[in-house]
Design a protein around this ligand. Structure first.
Ligand SMILES: *[C@@H]1O[C@H](CO)[C@@H](O)[C@H](O)[C@H]1NC(C)=O
Ligand SMILES: *[C@@H]1O[C@H](CO)[C@@H](O)[C@H](O)[C@H]1NC(C)=O
Ligand SMILES: *[C@@H]1O[C@H](CO)[C@@H](O)[C@H](O)[C@H]1NC(C)=O
Ligand SMILES: *[C@@H]1O[C@H](CO)[C@@H](O)[C@H](O)[C@H]1NC(C)=O
Ligand SMILES: *[C@@H]1O[C@H](CO)[C@@H](O)[C@H](O)[C@H]1NC(C)=O
Length: 367
């Protein structure tokens, strides 16, 4: 399943012959899906295209003529975000989120039935490479790789363009965003990090730089050798020119709750682990959205068959040690394509996205 919130996406590529499901916000009485294509503008779902069913709009077999701009509109004329949808025989799969500098990225040029056909890859309109299997890997992404890519497969045609964004990254060792007190923490900016410094905001001070009142600058990184709860805050890299990297929220506590960073599939099992730095099998109390759920004698709580209702903000406490910071547990169901008007998924998606970026950014150093 692909979890897409179109609050974050403005451009979607689909293959010919796919099933497309568009819906407005949940309570969507009075809202309709509209579109502009090259041949007709301001047409409504159910008119000359699409089928209205239970307040959503379905196109059962997409065609290139379905390419266009889509949005939701209320009877009063209020409009949602717009989404550009392109329907083609060839698609270039590229990451939706910015790729961290130094990471590897693979762009896949494919037809609907995965075929590994040879493909030509273009960047900003110029041919860069031909790949015999239709996959192009950039092993060490740098800022100069940022641009508009497309590809062609002989006999099938050309893909719509995809923007590859490259972001500077702050990496952590250890790679977790929740840390125990009295540990050491290494923070570093890009490899070619000349001119980049690590900065932070905490509850007591803002925009301070490593080496100032906290941390120690070494050749390639900033080291906090002994963490305190007062090191809790937002950290990022900043260049002399003021460009900033991803930000990472770091929490330093005595008790932490370990939970999955990525959404858990409905029906799967998940284990939440409540621990202190020195002991991991102490009895712990678990809370969801602020309400007590249960006590587990070993500090581990397993949910055997996760459902959407398990989604929420969890925390735990261990008697004599204290309370953990909250962790968001996300549950993914089947959600194909969503035109969300009031963006109910926006906040949690953003949260997940940034958490995922923190983890993946941090991992590379320790791997
Ligand atoms: C759709 O087309 C109409 C008529 O050309 C235009 O006024 C409107 O701005 C278009 N809407 C979008 C979202 O492109
Ligand atoms: C979406 O399509 C419209 C009209 O074709 C175009 O003006 C706009 O730039 C497109 N937006 C994106 C994000 O590609
Ligand atoms: C391209 O395909 C490879 C292997 O099939 C996969 O690991 C990678 O995530 C794909 N890339 C994108 C951008 O989807
Ligand atoms: C840090 O604090 C400053 C001053 O309050 C604020 O302008 C800035 O947006 C904060 N940065 C982050 C990443 O939170
Ligand atoms: C990070 O912390 C800031 C300020 O405390 C908060 O507004 C933001 O939602 C946090 N982000 C994440 C991903 O937890």
């Amino acid at each position: 399943f692909t979890y897409l919130s179109l609050c974050l996406l403005t451009l979607v590529s689909l293959f010919i012959g796919e099933y497309l499901h568009l819906s407005c916000e949940e309570d969507s009485a009075g809202w309709t899906v509209k579109r502009n294509t090259t041949t007709k503008t301001l047409t409504e779902c159910g008119d000359t295209w699409g089928k209205l069913r239970a307040s959503s709009c379905r196109i059962s077999y997409t065609h290139p003529s379905d390419s266009g701009v889509y949005w939701c509109e209320s009877r009063e004329g209020a409009t949602s975000n717009t989404v550009n949808i392109t329907v083609t025989a060839v698609i270039l799969q590229s990451p939706v989120l910015p790729v961290m500098e130094g990471a590897a990225v693979t762009l896949n040029c494919t037809t609907r039935t995965p075929s590994s056909l040879p493909a030509d890859f273009y960047k900003d309109g110029s041919l860069i490479r031909t790949e015999s299997t239709g996959q192009m890997t950039i092993h060490h992404v740098s800022k100069s790789d940022e641009g508009l890519y497309h590809c062609t497969i002989s006999g099938y045609g050309q893909s719509p363009p995809s923007w590859l964004a490259v972001a500077a990254s702050l990496t952590l060792r250890p790679s977790t965003a929740q840390l125990f007190v009295h540990e050491s923490l290494h923070l570093s900016c890009e490899e070619d990090s000349a001119g980049w410094t690590v900065k932070r905001n905490t509850t007591t001070e803002t925009m301070t730089e490593c080496g100032d009142t906290w941390g120690k600058l070494t050749a390639s990184s900033c080291v906090i050798s002994y963490t305190y709860p007062s090191d809790t805050g937002v950290y990022w890299c900043e260049s002399r020119e003021g460009a900033t990297s991803n930000t990472v929220n770091i929490t330093v506590t005595v008790v932490i709750l370990q939970s999955p960073v990525l959404p858990v599939m409905e029906g799967a099992a998940v284990t939440l682990n409540c621990a202190t730095r020195t002991a991991s099998n102490l009895p712990a109390d678990f809370y969801k959205d602020g309400s007590f759920i249960r006590t587990e004698s070993t500090g581990q709580m397993t949910i055997h068959h996760v459902s959407k209702s398990d989604e929420g903000l969890y925390h735990c406490t261990i008697s004599g040690y204290g309370q953990s910071p909250p962790s968001w547990l996300a549950v993914a169901g089947e959600l194909l394509c969503h035109l969300v008007v009031f963006c109910p998924y926006f906040i949690s998606t953003l949260l997940l996205v940034s958490l995922w970026r923190q983890r993946s950014a941090g991992k590379r150093l320790t791997d």
